[in-house]
Design a protein around this ligand. Structure first.
Ligand code: HEC
Length: 131
């Protein structure tokens, strides 16, 4: 489990810089994405310290982000699917944290992290509208 969490962290750090073809994203989109990174990092912090309240609080914040209108920037079915997977993982994470299931929460965290990588890859390939 620890190895997976370390791998997942490396993944998050590696994916943090999504290429944006030189153009700056809109400010609110940017702020939302920054919040997304921060909350996911806080989840890891909570998991590492076995602090379920931190995990649950930030998983709930990730759900809020997943539902924000700005997050629906791409209109492809695949983007929608990744957005749903992201939201599902954030919901599961909160459930696991509330049940104080650290191993389960760790696994769901890895799934959540994979959705970051998959969606960003799709965004790079499909390109954002207006860029
Ligand atoms: C459903 C798709 C999707 C998922 C899932 C997703 N992102 Fe993103 N992310 C985006 C889009 C779209 C952008 C905006 C890219 C751009 O402006 O070029 C973005 C931007 C970012 C940025 C800002 C990058 C920059 O160039 O400023 C960070 C950091 C980020 N995401 C982190 C994460 C992390 C961490 C996760 C997982 C916890 C995650 N994202 C999950 C779609 C997604």
């Amino acid at each position: 489990m620890k190895t997976w969490i370390l791998l997942a962290t490396a993944g998050v750090l590696g994916v943090a810089a999504v290429q944006s073809n030189g153009a700056e994203p809109q400010d609110d989109l940017r702020a939302l994405m920054k919040k997304k990174l921060e909350s996911s990092q806080r989840v890891l912090e909570g998991l590492a310290a076995n602090n379920f309240e931190t995990v649950s609080k930030n998983a709930s914040e990730l759900q809020r982000i997943s539902k924000a209108g700005e997050f629906a920037v791409l209109k492809t079915p695949q983007y929608d699917a990744y957005r749903n997977q992201f939201r599902w993982a954030a919901e599961m994470l909160e459930e696991m944290a509330k049940a104080k299931n650290g191993d389960g929460a760790g696994l769901v965290y890895v799934e959540l992290t994979l959705t970051c990588l998959k969606c960003h890859k799709h965004v790079r390939e499909a390109g954002l509208p207006g860029k």
